[in-house]
Ligand binder design. Sequence first.
Ligand code: C5P
Length: 396
Amino acid sequence: MNVAQTKRIVLGITGGIAAYKAAELARLLVKQDIEVQVAMTEAATHFITPATMQALTGQPVLIDQWQDDKGMAHIHTSRLADAIVIAPATADFIAKLAHGLANDLLSTLCLARNCPLLVAPAMNRQMWSNAATQRNLQRLISDGVTILGPANGMQACGEEGMGRMLEAEMLAQDIVALFQPKLLAGINILITAGPTYEAIDAVRGITNRSSGKMGYAIAQAAIELGAQVTLVSGPVALAKPSAAQAVDVTSAAEMLEAVKQHVAHADMFIGVAAVADYRAARQNKQKLKKSDANLTLELIPNPDILAYVASLPKPPFCVGFAAESEKLHEHATDKRRKKKIPLLAANLAQNAIGSDDNELVLFDDAGEHVLPRADKLTLARALLRHAIALYRKGSK
Ligand code: C5P
């Protein structure tokens, strides 16, 4: 599915060092079949060239309000847009937006719009925390403008703090989300993702090769569809979807605790985490010393988080995952029955772990449904559509 098809956004670039990330953002949006019309302030052209943006979007870049053939660029460009995204938005441009100024093409375009406006601030941490900037942002929020980020981290000026623009990938996700039909509006979804890490001693542990990509893709797809998402994640190297309530955990025991804390509000629980089946019976506080003797490690079983949730007196609609290395049908059917869950998504571990795409087979009361090989976000969207149909049927 690509509901973003035929959507058109105006990507407004203002004069900050994060302007270089706008090139990647444009590329990612074009890849999702979104038509991108770039409009830059004069200051932005000092950071990134219009030629770069034109090459990436295939459209001439708008800069000067006096150079338009038809003389009404601010009206017709904003009329054609499904959304305007300002990335990066400087403190100065945010101030202009907050006060309704229209003294260049981009600010005029924003004022003349009748579509959603999304703003990705990027500035030095002191400029960000300045009372004037915060006041302007509050004004924008109450005017219905969506603020994306900023993030905390290292800044171009060498300082560290709030004000970094969100990464292009995250911004692209938020923009695509805007165009998805909100099938899951009002639904709370609790998701576990990634591996768990079971410590043996101060530096060693048991884990697995789960990357967290499938769970994070499901979180992202659920947000796109309007759900409130709580993402309980084991240690992974992925950026969190910005709209998810994120809970970081390490071990299976911590994951279970986090799930217990949040499950009461969940309408749906999706256990994607590759929870370690066993943990060390004893965890040494200090690093174990090497010796010539054999070492036997005693392992004890971890709690099954999905089975725990599914057996609650009033369980949320539960979706499980199964990664098998063989006999997919047999093991998946057996697992679904044992864990007493209405829907189980199974895949072959050798196809799935760590990769960007996958193939899923869904098992439910009606039988088997194959979701053919695709990237994990596409699969996540298809899985959620299937899950929501079953959830709605069950709750009638
Ligand atoms: O039994 P198996 O580990 O193959 O089951 C996989 C499914 O069960 C996944 O949905 C996984 O998130 C969940 N699970 C769990 N807690 C465990 C083991 C698996 O929630 N301890």
